[in-house]
Design a protein around this ligand. Structure first.
Ligand code: SF4
Length: 390
């Protein structure tokens, strides 16, 4: 039980009461949590909220990430992944066959994927029909594999390319098997900063509207926030509360993923006080405040690719309940300087979770618990996951 006198000394009495009684926190409460000098006191509140929802469960998914292209028309200032055109060094566009071969390799042997996660840049010429054909082919070949693909930014791009509404794009993709969308592209909603960082991509209102449209069709989605760049704490709290309001309205967000800004290979220069090891503490605090403010979003992810495995393990005690998954091949974070591995095996993920004091629960893309079967959790399964990396 938290020490009431101690929380009073921190000026957090009313927040403590609200957290213990399950009452909703306000904008000012969010600012107070970011300002609190004792990170562990904030973390303890978030841990309380996390244990109330999930007990000692910590989730992971056996997934295969596919980035189909990094050619993108948007040119966001913070993006290390994008290339402006196909001829530029480091640019890539996977063919339909490339993508199917990656999935084939990941599904070989005893291993069973529980999620295909596919996102990419906004390519100027890859039209909606190309993606419809790809999703249909994947659905036909692996009927039980949940397809999670396309951020609201990509949906807005497809709509602009085709001259149709975003709702129509979503309807067509759903008809081809799209079951879930990852939550990228939210970045930071504050209009002033967003227009400096990424003036050409879907704006905050469009991102939220498209998420709501997906929810209205039964496509569940994740949501994100890119933090640790030029934003203020007030902008973070504002971002989180806009997500909470959208969730009140449409109810389809499954998981929130706070994404720390990685500083390599981009055109955004940070002031000195925004760099350095202190960022790890800021990442834990942001996970914790997210858990406390987002009382209507079931899961908070500590994305091990961006946080690194050690901080992701620690984040399980600061409100996170999910580590993401095996991944196998990740390009977006690694092109921005992520030093984590390209993928983790099932035994590695389960060991990470157990060593942190939690109980591993294998899930699929939409957070349905999956049975853990024998052979694929062994070193043999690990080898299969590692067969094909970039
Ligand atoms: S962040 Fe996304 S939309 Fe922006 S340039 Fe990079 S790939 Fe394109």
């Amino acid at each position: 039980m938290p020490d009431e006198a101690y929380y009073a000394s921190l000026g957090l009495s009313s927040i403590l009461d609200k957290v213990l009684s399950g009452e909703r926190l306000t904008f000012e409460d969010g600012l107070a949590l970011f300002a609190c000098p004792d990170l562990t006191a904030v973390g303890a509140l978030a841990a309380h909220a996390r244990f109330r929802r999930h007990g000692d469960a910590a989730f992971y998914v056996v997934n295969r990430q596919i980035n189909y292209t990094n050619v993108c028309v948007n040119g966001c200032l913070f993006c290390a992944f994008r290339r402006d055109h196909e001829e530029e060094e480091g640019a890539f566009v996977l063919s339909r066959e490339d993508i199917l071969a990656r999935l084939e390799a990941a599904q070989s042997g005893t291993l069973r994927l529980d999620e295909m996660h596919m996102v990419g840049g906004c390519h100027p010429r890859l039209g909606l029909a190309w993606f419809e054909d790809l999703l249909r082919t994947v659905s036909d070949r692996w009927p039980g594999l949940p397809l999670k693909a396309f951020t609201p930014v990509e949906i807005a791009h497809f709509a602009a390319l085709e001259g149709i509404s975003t709702l129509e794009v979503l309807r067509r993709l759903k008809a081809c098997g799209l079951r879930m969308m990852p939550g990228g592209g939210a970045e930071i909603f504050d209009e002033g900063l967003r227009s400096r960082l990424c003036p050409h991509k879907a704006d905050a209102a469009a991102w939220l509207r498209i998420s709501g449209e997906a929810h209205s069709l039964g496509i569940v989605t994740n949501c994100t926030m890119l933090f640790g760049h030029l934003e203020s704490h007030a902008m973070r709290v504002d971002h989180l509360l806009r997500l909470r309001a959208q969730q009140d309205a449409s109810g389809g967000f499954t998981c929130f993923i706070p994404l720390p800004f990685l500083t390599a290979n981009n055109r955004l220069e940070l002031p000195e006080d925004r760099t350095g090891p202190v960022r790890g503490l800021d990442q834990l605090r942001t996970v914790a405040v997210s858990r406390l403010l987002l009382d209507n979003i079931p899961h908070i992810k500590a994305y091990w690719v961006m946080l690194g495995p050690k901080l992701a393990q620690t984040a399980l005690w600061y409100g996170a309940d999910d580590l993401d998954g095996t991944i196998v091949e990740e390009r977006i974070g690694h092109m921005a300087g992520a030093e984590s591995a390209q993928g983790l095996t099932i035994p590695e993920l389960e060991t990470m979770i157990r060593a942190s004091g939690f109980r591993p629960v294998r899930r699929n893309a939409v957070f349905e618990p999956m049975p853990v079967s024998g052979p694929e959790t062994t070193a043999c399964g690990a080898a299969e996951l590692r067969k094909e990396t970039c």
